[in-house]
Ligand binder design. Structure first.
Ligand code: TRP
Length: 449
């Protein structure tokens, strides 16, 4: 990033912004959460609905965040307040809370990836992957890896996010993509892979009509594209007016989908080829961490090498996301309380680390937090952002979407605004209702044991 004319930090290049936004989007959401959601409900139907919702929710909402952020030139609380008044500014506090909550368990999962990477070197992959996952996801070691991951994230955010992340993403994203595609091709050669493809790619009609599948797919769109809590808004606040926003949102969304899709092409054939269905349905949350190490174990010595790279790249992909989560929290606290970057990042990072001890030691708590913060609250935050952009400041949004856009994308702006105003809010409202119901019963189940 370089200083812009206004003295505010700005991305040095257009590609820098795309990389940072894609780096925030691509992470454990693609590799861990996407296969988890697909195996938890709906199978291929969820994949199909997910693609549809990228157009109906993902791209328009990302554009709402981009427009608000670039217009406001501040972190979420400040931008919403500047553009909509103090009441809207308060919505930004919800975003800080959501970022806080998501990071507290996201870092736990990121810690698992680091541990698997280290184990690839020191002991190799365990033959009974499901039992090993249960051990990894509980106890003091899980806390230790979570604490270590949060420390790394906090140190980077204390140091200022900027140039390093821009440059690191440049290498990381292609590396992750090449590894996942390569492994997906290898998975295609496995005996019995076809059964996995059937589950992943052949939707059942009644599942396509199941509201729960739509709810889960929508939650996944929000989570994977980093939407609904002002993350993309914050990045766009570092933009100048020459960035082509509609094109950027489309590129980021489909890059993100591409990684998730290949992750599925790796995970599902492996599950069926290695007969891991039982293990995975017993712990859908661990689908990735049960399937992929099984594959590496079967590859023998090479599996340890490939596995090391796989988990290393995954951990690095995760850290570009944890940085973006902590950055929203930190930037907001800096703006609102006038704290230094150092103080804000250290105190918030420590608080999040402490809260994360709960999901680190309790997998059910992790799943519950993911439903509340990673789905319901993102849907509600996204609904509010859509209403704000589409109904409170539509003229400014139209202006932002046109500024910097090529003629082709300028012609799409009326369509985008139509979806932003009339399609997305009612759709998200209905899905948020289903999410509320689902979350309420999950909370009840959790506390009744
Ligand atoms: N999108 C990231 C992933 O898929 C996670 C993430 C980063 C996120 N920032 C976010 C999710 C903001 C929701 C909101 O791994």
């Amino acid at each position: 990033m370089a200083a812009s004319g206004t003295g505010r930090e700005a991305f040095a290049t257009k590609a820098g912004f795309l990389l940072a936004a894609a780096g925030s989007a691509v992470g454990l959401g693609n590799m861990w959460r996407f296969p988890y959601q697909v195996s938890e409900g709906g199978g291929a139907a969820l994949v199909v609905v997910y693609i549809g919702l990228i157009f109906l929710i993902g791209i328009p909402l990302m554009l709402a965040e981009f427009a608000i952020g670039r217009r406001g030139q501040r972190a979420p609380i400040g931008s919403l307040r500047a553009l909509g008044g103090p009441a809207w500014g308060r919505l930004g506090y919800l975003f800080v809370l959501v970022g806080f909550a998501i990071l507290s368990y996201y870092s736990v999962i990121a810690g698992w990836t680091v541990r698997y990477g280290i184990e690839a070197v020191v002991q190799g992959f365990a033959p009974s992957a499901a039992d090993h996952f249960t051990a990894v996801a509980s106890g003091g070691d899980a806390v230790a890896y979570h604490v270590a991951f949060m420390m790394a994230t906090t140190l980077i955010v204390v140091g200022g996010v900027k140039g390093g992340i821009e440059r690191a993403s440049l290498l990381l994203m292609p590396a992750l993509f090449v590894l996942v595609v390569g492994l997906a091709i290898w998975a295609a050669t496995l005996p019995g892979a076809a059964a996995g493809y059937a589950v992943y790619l052949m939707p059942e009609v009644e599942e396509l009509l199941n509201p729960d599948v739509w709810r889960a797919a929508a939650g996944q769109v929000f989570f994977s594209l980093s939407l609904g809590m002002g993350g993309m808004l914050t990045f766009a606040s570092y933009l100048r007016r020459d960035q082509n926003l509609p094109e950027s949102a489309t590129v980021v969304s489909f890059t993100d989908f591409g990684v998730a899709f290949f992750a599925g092409l790796l995970v599902f054939p492996v599950i069926y080829s290695f007969a891991l269905q039982g293990a995975v349905s017993g712990s859908t949350i661990g689908a990735l961490f049960i399937a992929v190490p099984s594959a590496f174990e079967a590859m023998g010595a090479w599996g340890r090498v490939v596995g090391l790279f796989f988990f290393l790249v995954l951990a690095l992909g995760a850290i570009t996301s944890t940085i973006s989560l902590l950055e929203v929290v930190t930037a907001s606290v800096m703006d609102e309380l006038g704290w230094s970057r150092r103080k804000a990042a250290l105190l918030m990072g420590t608080a999040i680390t402490l809260v994360g001890i709960v999901p680190a030691t309790d997998l059910d708590a992790l799943g519950l937090l993911d439903k509340i913060a990673g789905e319901l609250l993102l849907l509600l935050g996204g609904l509010a952002l859509a209403l704000f952009a589409g109904w409170r400041i539509p003229a400014a949004v139209r202006d932002e979407l046109i500024a910097g856009a090529s003629p082709f994308w300028q012609r799409q702006v009326p369509r985008i605004l139509f979806v932003m105003r009339y399609v997305m809010p009612p759709l998200v409202a209905v899905l948020a209702f289903f999410s509320l119901r689902e979350t309420a019963s999950a909370v009840a189940a959790f506390f009744s044991g």
